[in-house]
Design a protein around this ligand. Structure first.
Ligand SMILES: Cc1cc2nc3c(=O)[nH]c(=O)nc-3n(C[C@H](O)[C@H](O)[C@H](O)COP(=O)(O)OP(=O)(O)OC[C@H]3O[C@@H](n4cnc5c(N)ncnc54)[C@H](O)[C@@H]3O)c2cc1C
Length: 494
């Protein structure tokens, strides 16, 4: 499949190793290049390899996993990208694999809402003077926030044009003065908004009112992967033909073949390509397409938003914090609020993970590692004055990381509803697209990215089989194989 400057269609057929190129010899299976070794690319490569296709996966980094990035340098797993399985239920496409691998989950909430991926009773919120906010107030303001959001649905119904969630909240509060909060309650409300921003990785003034609650959230609540997400990647990637440090710079379609060029100039030729690079990378035009992608595709790329989320993980000698899942700091604006995920509760390891989203995550990335940690420790000492110094730290920069350029996709105000479908749709039956932003039902998630990889692989397999007259008996079997083994999901804190 690797080739030096193929010039004729014959050269290309030979390089792709396709069925017709060797008609006089033993036929080779169809060949596919998968671009990107995150969960979607690995799922696609796994499925097509299982279906006996010739698959090469090109990954720019020196590791696989992409936005699934479990770091082990603390001596325990810490997920610096995805960490929750959203939807702890059998319908979750990842459930069969999680079961088979015996991976345990720690359920932080049984609630299906996108707003409450942690149960209310597991929060400990503090003001910036270190005083804990009474739990009754936290719960009461949570209920007020729910009422406000219900009222925003009426605002949506009354207005044809889309608007931001923050604009709708202002309209609701103007209309229903009783829902307005003062003093500490106001700060707690800002904290709830901060949590909402964390779900979307975007600020509330950029989140679309029309779309924010349209996501099909799976049942079963939210569960942290106790051993981290990496074991899933590792299992799926076993024995795949993966080429690390191969950054794709150009994708050309010629003579019904795809030529993929990587940094340094090496070409790879195949019958089709599955493109799973993050939306941020597509937006930044870091890959040249020849011919150019059609307008319906480029407009989808530019119209879907990409949010940002970052984590600063801190490992301590001892646990000095309360035994709750989330420690929060309330403040007069959602930007100034903050929260720490207590991994000790779920995993027993003395680790706190500070999480920041939206513009605040962008701003945090501009600081050096040392300054970011100092800032976070400053926040922690405001709420817990006796906090000790961390022994080790990790800092993510998903927004400026050239292999990601953003955390995950989000709905911008006033954009059409078919964008995810357009991002997913193949081009000329040669280029297939997968990844979280190409997931119509579950964008922004690991399970959505995984399913999108399987879907792209299945579409690609069908079309290539049809093109080369191969019978349909080689199915993408991975998921079906797995579902047959009905071991229960292992969940703690039910
Ligand atoms: C901080 C954070 C927290 C998150 N939390 C959760 C969570 O708790 N639960 C959840 O379900 N989801 C979560 N997500 C989202 C989830 O991580 C993603 O939706 C999912 O992992 C995306 O997988 P993917 O395969 O689409 O993309 P990626 O994992 O980004 O894979 C794309 C791959 O393409 C590679 N690549 C980029 N450019 C090139 C190139 N030019 N050539 C070759 N390769 C290239 C990249 O290196 C990468 O490996 C989180 C994401 C972040 C950033």
């Amino acid at each position: 499949m690797e080739s030096n400057n193929p010039s004729t269609c014959e050269d290309l057929s030979r390089a792709a190793g396709s069925f017709f190129a060797h008609i006089d010899k033993k036929p080779s299976p169809p060949s596919v290049i998968v671009i990107g070794g995150g969960i979607s690319g690995i799922a696609a490569a796994r499925a097509l390899t299982n279906a006996s296709f010739k698959v090469t996966l090109l990954e720019s980094r020196n590791r696989i996993g992409g936005r699934v990035h479990t770091d082990f340098s603390f001596g325990c797993p810490v997920d610096m990208g995805a960490s929750w399985l959203h939807g702890v239920c059998n319908e979750n496409s990842l459930a069969p694999l999680i079961r088979v691998l015996g991976l345990k989950l720690y359920r932080t909430s049984g609630d299906n809402s996108v707003l409450y991926d942690h149960d209310l009773e597991s929060y400990a919120l503090f003001d910036m003077d270190g005083n804990q906010v009474p739990q009754e107030l936290v719960i009461k303001v949570g209920q007020v926030f729910e009422k406000i959001l219900k009222e925003t649905v009426k605002v949506r119904d009354e207005n044809e044009d889309d608007m931001s969630v923050s604009q709708a909240i202002s309209i609701v509060l103007d209309k229903h003065q009783n829902l307005r909060q003062e003093g500490l309650a106001y700060k707690v409300l800002q904290w709830y908004i901060c949590r909402m921003e964390a779900w979307f990785a975007a600020d509330v003034d950029t989140i679309s009112l029309k779309n924010w609650d349209q996501e099909h959230v799976l049942t079963g609540g939210h569960g942290l992967m106790i051993r981290g997400y990496y074991p899933l990647i590792e299992a799926l990637a076993e024995d795949l033909n993966i080429k690390l440090k191969h950054r794709v710079t150009k994708i050309a379609q010629r003579c019904n073949r795809v030529i993929v060029t990587v940094e340094g100039g090496t070409n790879f030729v195949a019958d089709a390509a599955i493109i799973t690079v993050p939306l941020g990378v597509l937006k930044a035009n870091l890959i040249e397409f020849e011919p150019k992608l059609p307008d319906w595709k480029t407009s989808a790329i530019s119209d879907i938003g990409v949010g940002n989320e970052n984590k600063i993980a801190l490992c301590f000698d001892t646990v000095f914090w309360p035994d709750v899942e989330v420690l929060g700091a309330v403040a007069p604006t959602s930007y100034a609020c903050g929260y720490f995920l207590n991994l000790h509760k779920a995993t027993g390891n003395p680790v706190l993970v500070y999480m920041a989203a939206g513009r605040f995550a962008d701003d945090l990335e501009k600081l050096s590692d040392e300054d970011s940690v100092d800032f976070v420790m400053f926040q922690l000492r405001k709420i817990l004055p006796l906090a000790t110094n961390p022994t080790r730290c990790l800092v993510s920069r998903w927004g400026s990381d050239v292999d990601t350029l953003g955390a995950y996709s989000c709905d911008l105000v006033g954009k059409p509803a078919d964008l995810y479908e357009r991002l997913r749709a193949p081009v000329e039956n040669l280029l297939y697209f997968a990844g979280e932003a190409a997931s119509v039902d579950h964008s922004g998630s690991v399970h959505g990215a995984y399913s999108s990889g399987l879907l792209a692989a299945e579409e690609c397999r069908k079309n290539l089989s049809r093109r080369y007259g191969i019978s349909d008996f080689l199915k993408v079997v991975f998921r079906e194989e797995m579902t047959e083994i009905m071991v229960p999901l292992q969940i703690s804190r039910i």
